[in-house]
Design a protein around this ligand. Structure first.
Ligand SMILES: [Zn+2]
Length: 338
């Protein structure tokens, strides 16, 4: 089969399109013909060597496609499916207590096993889920990483609820859009931060009640103005270094900052005194669980969550797709199609 192969870590040009031989699914695995694969920040971190994987490697955590062969009788050839990328071990103390996202022994599609930047992919049958009729395979491929991350951070970790005010940093990213939609679904109000004029209108369209261009306005000042000087109950942070202090300044007493990334820098510093005196919390979060994904998929099937597709590239254009993501030229999900 054809695939985008990573043979060395480095810039986008290290992504090479070529033949990799055919996949042989194991006894419990489904063979899937890939129709769409998501491009994620984690792919960039693997490509650059920040997250180590065994080389040669095929990236791609988000995958949707059609079943070619399956050991599970409920999955038939031609069925439209999406893969939940994580397969926890089911035996460790985290799995035993239902905290599957903490499992240290599990496998992840596109990381510890070959992913969706290819014509075909294999996945354990338990992780292969039928796509509801109302959803295209492209939309389905845009869901797992972004929507499970936003769901887990806002609902499970930060305890979002009706009437709460949420600041979404990176409002034009896949996670940012997912977070905006999920927050609105919960009856919360979203202030979304973007970095370009043309993204403002689009951020309003996905549900934000206030959109701030961080290059043009003082975010802290505007957030305080919009919240009667109190700040927001939840900040969803993903930039890391450059926005950390401002993010904390936007947080209300008793508020929660939940961080799901460090796209612009890993190391942060902040004044701990106002932080503890205001009884605030910081939570590290990431990919959610398969049961959360089933809820996301159900809501997306009913049109209550609707992923925004930025651009679809062919597999051969994986290098350009990574450049677009890294340059922040996108609004929504970047996909690859074999
Ligand atoms: Zn486990």
């Amino acid at each position: 089969m054809k695939a985008v192969v990573l043979e060395q870590f480095g810039p986008p040009e290290v992504l090479k399109y070529g033949d990799v031989g055919d996949l042989k699914p194991k006894q419990d695995e489904v063979l899937i013909k890939v129709v769409a694969a998501g491009v994620n920040r984690v792919d960039v971190w693997i490509r650059t060597g920040k997250y180590k994987v065994q080389l040669p490697h095929v990236l791609g955590v988000d995958v949707a496609g059609e079943v070619v062969s399956s050991p599970a009788p409920q999955l038939k050839e031609g069925d439209r499916v999406v893969v939940f990328p994580d397969m926890p071990c089911g035996r460790c103390r985290f799995c035993m207590s239902g905290r599957f996202q903490l499992c240290p022994n599990g496998s992840r599609l596109g990381s510890s096993r070959w992913g969706g930047y290819a014509e075909f992919v294999t996945a354990p049958a338990q992780t292969v889920i039928p796509v509801p009729g109302g959803l295209s395979l492209e939309e389905a491929a845009a869901l797992p990483v972004n929507y499970c991350t936003a769901w887990h951070a806002l609902i499970t970790d930060a305890g979002i609820g009706p009437g709460m005010k949420v600041l979404v940093v990176g409002g034009s990213s896949g996670v940012g859009i997912a977070a905006t939609q999920i927050a609105c679904l919960c009856g919360a109000e979203v202030i979304s931060i973007v970095g370009d004029d043309w993204k403002e209108e689009r951020a309003y369209r996905v549900g934000a009640s206030l959109v701030l261009n961080r290059k043009k306005t003082s975010v802290v000042e505007e957030v305080m103005k919009a919240t009667a000087g109190e700040g927001v109950e939840i900040v969803l942070e993903m930039a890391g270094t450059p926005f950390w202090e401002q993010a904390l300044q936007c947080l209300a007493p008793g508020g929660t900052l939940v961080t799901v990334g460090a796209t612009a820098g890993d190391i942060v510093s902040f004044n701990v005194r106002p932080f503890y005196r205001k009884y605030q919390r910081i939570i590290g979060s990431g990919m959610g669980t398969q049961s959360e994904f089933l809820k996301v998929l159900e809501l997306a099937g009913k049109g209550r969550l609707r992923p925004v597709i930025d651009k679809i590239f062919s597999l051969r254009e994986a290098t350009e797709a990574h450049r677009r993501l890294e340059a922040g030229e996108h609004f929504g999900k970047i996909l690859l199609r074999p």
